[in-house]
Design a protein around this ligand. Sequence first.
Ligand SMILES: *[C@@H]1O[C@H](CO)[C@@H](O)[C@H](O)[C@H]1NC(C)=O
Ligand SMILES: *[C@@H]1O[C@H](CO)[C@@H](O)[C@H](O)[C@H]1NC(C)=O
Ligand SMILES: *[C@@H]1O[C@H](CO)[C@@H](O)[C@H](O)[C@H]1NC(C)=O
Ligand SMILES: *[C@@H]1O[C@H](CO)[C@@H](O)[C@H](O)[C@H]1NC(C)=O
Length: 557
Amino acid sequence: MRTFIRNRGFLITLTTIILRISHAFQNPIIPGFNPDPTIQRVGKDYFLATSTFEFFPGVPIYHSIDLINWEIIGHALNRPSQLNLRGTAPSGGIFAPTLRYHEQTRTYYMITTLFDIISPPDNVTHTPRSFYVTTKNIWDEKSWSDPTYVDQWGFDPDLFFDTDGRTYLTTTLGSQFVDPDSGYFAIWISEIDIKTGNALSEARLFHVSDLPLNTPRLAEGSHLFKKEGWYYLLTAEAGTEAGHRAMISRARSLNGPWEANPQNPILYNGHKMSNPILATGHADFVSTPTGDWYAVFLGTRPQNPANSTGKNQLGRETFMASMKWVDGWPVINNGEDITFEMPGLYDLERPKKWRDDFSGKLGDKGYYTPRTPYKKFYSLDERPGWLRIKGNPYTLSDRETPATLMRKQVDLGTVWSSELDFKPTNPRHEAGVTIFLSIHYHNEIAITLHPETKKRVIAAKTRMGVNASLNTTYAEIPETGTVKLYIKAEPSKYSLGYATGNGKPIYIAEVENRWLQAYLPGWQVFTGSFFGVYSTAGLGLPMLVPADFNYVETELL
Ligand SMILES: *[C@@H]1O[C@H](CO)[C@@H](O)[C@H](O)[C@H]1NC(C)=O
Ligand SMILES: *[C@@H]1O[C@H](CO)[C@@H](O)[C@H](O)[C@H]1NC(C)=O
Ligand SMILES: *[C@@H]1O[C@H](CO)[C@@H](O)[C@H](O)[C@H]1NC(C)=O
Ligand SMILES: *[C@@H]1O[C@H](CO)[C@@H](O)[C@H](O)[C@H]1NC(C)=O
């Protein structure tokens, strides 16, 4: 009997594995803060890019040959002549990109918008002109060109190469000044000279959302396609929150008349606010070499699935669904809601543990710094096997470039840890690990000197509440020796801990995760949380003491 049960269990397990391998894939396909995905296939290779806002380098390029296993190969914006973020507000910076390949010239184009002058509480925002960068070798990130600016205003730009050789630019722009009933944002179009970016036609109002004014009526994130004699205009509508959705319309000519898909929205989880995935929208389409179609789009994982006000501390992530064409219209996931497990392709086994030992170079290209560093602030060869960070005058709360390397949080339940060797000589010196959303909401566990005793201590700093109030907790440690630092992320909270010698982590502070997707009144959040290592001299003064990190590691809970 016992043998029978064991065998049966074995059979069931085997069947489950086979089913999972052959028939289903897991969403999100690129977890962590990866909004506004745009995808392009060239031959057997898929490339996908996402928005980065105030983080540098800008616009990661991910590569895959099967749409499931994605690897970051570089960033389109990786030097100050392309992207110089100075004083950029949280959630300002680089908005949604479009990635396209121009067959005739074998050139990749990445077009995006830099919101550098955006200061939400002061209502100071300039609607900038978008720019594109190009490369013939997408594998070499250094080969991306400097920016070419276009003339038409607006954000969420799209480049469309028509079959007659003409190039069209569409962008998102406030249109109330043309049509008070158009809502807040609508899509505009102009023909451009792809060599110079110069407009070849007047910009004209191209698409206004059909949604009721109070939905809200926002049309953004356009992508223009041509297929079998039809032009298709795909848009992201109703804002990027829980009501976000994808809409499509078509015409035989770019001059119209346009026909809205009677099945709109073609992507919308927000009709049921208890869905564990919300905000699905801002889509882009791709076909496989064998003629299957897929849509990639952003979505969120609210922390408390039964409660639509539950925050999503990972930000907006990249999701995918299969797509069919029925009567000349795209049907995503057979018109059903987007779920974590989706039919088709295969299930990628993600490693439970990821570690960078800092052996000579950074483990991969997934590291970011808020805003563009003035110069290199870290070294991997001054102390071999360690990441040496040289703290600068800026802290993680400054609208500047603190000395930090951050990675996107990609799992809801995980422990981020590092081992730090740091001997501060002044209470303003501080180095450690952070869970970071923005200059307002970030939490650290660090080594510093106690302001009164001047002894080397652990400081746990949390920021919560509507005013992001700082709360510091101290713990005593030996005067010398390395310390291990831990941030334990769980779906509902983060805990900050440390360990000395071979001891187990002692957690001394915690913060609810809703403060990792919060904003001060008047500000906005379009980003997600990052784990990081950092060092700061504080008080606007420099520091000579280095902070040496032995490794960084994440391990699933
Ligand atoms: C910014 O605009 C909002 C909405 O129009 C308004 O309520 C607020 O008072 C403005 N803030 C400033 C500093 O002008
Ligand atoms: C939903 O979450 C919010 C914020 O966390 C909370 O205030 C509210 O009571 C919750 N609602 C329900 C029905 O659980
Ligand atoms: C937040 O700050 C404002 C302005 O200083 C103050 O009026 C308000 O009481 C503060 N709220 C809390 C919860 O501390
Ligand atoms: C400050 O943080 C400590 C440790 O997490 C916590 O016990 C305490 O309640 C916090 N105080 C306030 C005012 O939030």
